[in-house]
Design a protein around this ligand. Structure first.
Ligand SMILES: [Zn+2]
Length: 319
């Protein structure tokens, strides 16, 4: 789910929901995109000007390529993207977006009618929403896990697409962590409880960035333990290959992940993360990858192996 930077509190969430409403939709233009025998159905509202419809189609084609790079194919045989206009605020070309998983995985975007192709490509929301499709999440429960995956991969995918440098990607991860730390009003309460009550009570930053820590930690450990031969991409690809048609709970997914990968990582890290009582410290795992922080700015250091493993994260790697 898209979470605009401005919506860090429940109050802002309510305000957002009442002020940003999609316009009435007419008959959309529909086109099909294909990669490797898989099909994306793209529906664009005809309320957009023709030139804007082309911008949006180009943007989705670009986004779909970044998703394609993770597994070397799209996570689902058939999926949909639906785009409608919204009277959003300036400065955010995609004020609202969400993923619906039934019956076909559908990403809904509400975009500002005047957004340029470049603004759309640079908006993190597109990468975030598509990253949700990487796992066969049933859509409810342990939202921190799904949002953490999307929050981690939104940065990784932008770096792989050439929109963020390696340093900028780590800076974004660090700044996300800081936003999680700064949202301290639920400190002392375990993450699973904060996550379950997020829609009514807030705590989005704590939830999203605790989840991102889970996936950064898992990715770093897989790479470090295997000398770079196994990555998070590889691990979740196996889950996709076995179970992409299923709708799994997070406990089911982490058990599958460990079974499929012969690891003892995803379940214990899940148990550890869901019971954290504040945003986990990103600095040790960043440091293990040779990333240190000096006065709020990340620096890429470390030895040759750390640098090599780190660079692999942003490489366009498929099995
Ligand atoms: Zn999300």
């Amino acid at each position: 789910m898209k979470l605009s930077k401005a919506i860090a509190s429940l109050l802002a969430m309510i305000l957002f929901a009442t002020t940003v409403m999609p316009m009435a939709a007419g008959e959309p233009s529909v086109q099909q995109l294909h990669r490797d025998g898989r099909q994306l159905t793209l529906e664009i509202s005809q309320e957009f000007e023709p030139a804007m419809q082309q911008n949006l189609a180009d943007w989705v084609d670009f986004l779909a390529d970044t998703l394609h790079q993770v597994y070397g194919y799209w996570p689902q045989q058939q999926w949909h993207v639906v785009i409608n206009p919204t009277s959003g605020r300036t400065g955010d070309p995609i004020p609202w977006a969400q993923v619906k998983r039934d019956p076909v995985h559908t990403v809904e975007f509400y975009t500002v009618a005047s957004a340029s192709a470049d603004e759309l490509r640079r908006a993190w929301t597109g990468y975030h929403e598509l990253a949700h499709l990487l796992i066969p999440y049933r859509g409810w429960g342990d939202a921190w896990f799904s949002e953490g995956l999307a929050s981690y991969y939104q940065n990784v995918l932008q770096a792989r697409a050439g929109l963020l440098s390696e340093q900028q990607m780590w800076q974004k991860l660090y700044e996300g962590y800081i936003r999680g730390v700064q949202q301290s009003q639920f400190n002392g309460i375990e993450l699973h409880t904060v996550s379950d009550n997020m829609r009514s009570n807030g705590g989005f930053m704590r939830v999203y960035w605790s989840g991102a820590w889970y996936f950064l930690t898992a990715d770093a450990q897989l790479r470090q333990q295997s000398g770079g031969r196994t990555t998070l991409d590889d691990a979740i690809k196996k889950l996709n290959q076995c179970c992409s048609r299923e709708r799994l709970s997070v406990p089911q997914m982490v058990r599958k992940l460990d079974q499929l990968n012969g690891s003892d990582l995803f379940v214990p890290l899940y148990e550890k993360t869901r019971t954290t009582t504040e945003t986990p410290d990103f600095l040790p795992v960043m440091q293990s990858m040779g990333v240190i922080v000096n006065e709020g700015r990340v620096q890429l250091l470390g030895n040759r192996q750390q640098a090599s493993l780190r660079r692999q994260i942003i490489g366009r790697r498929t099995l």
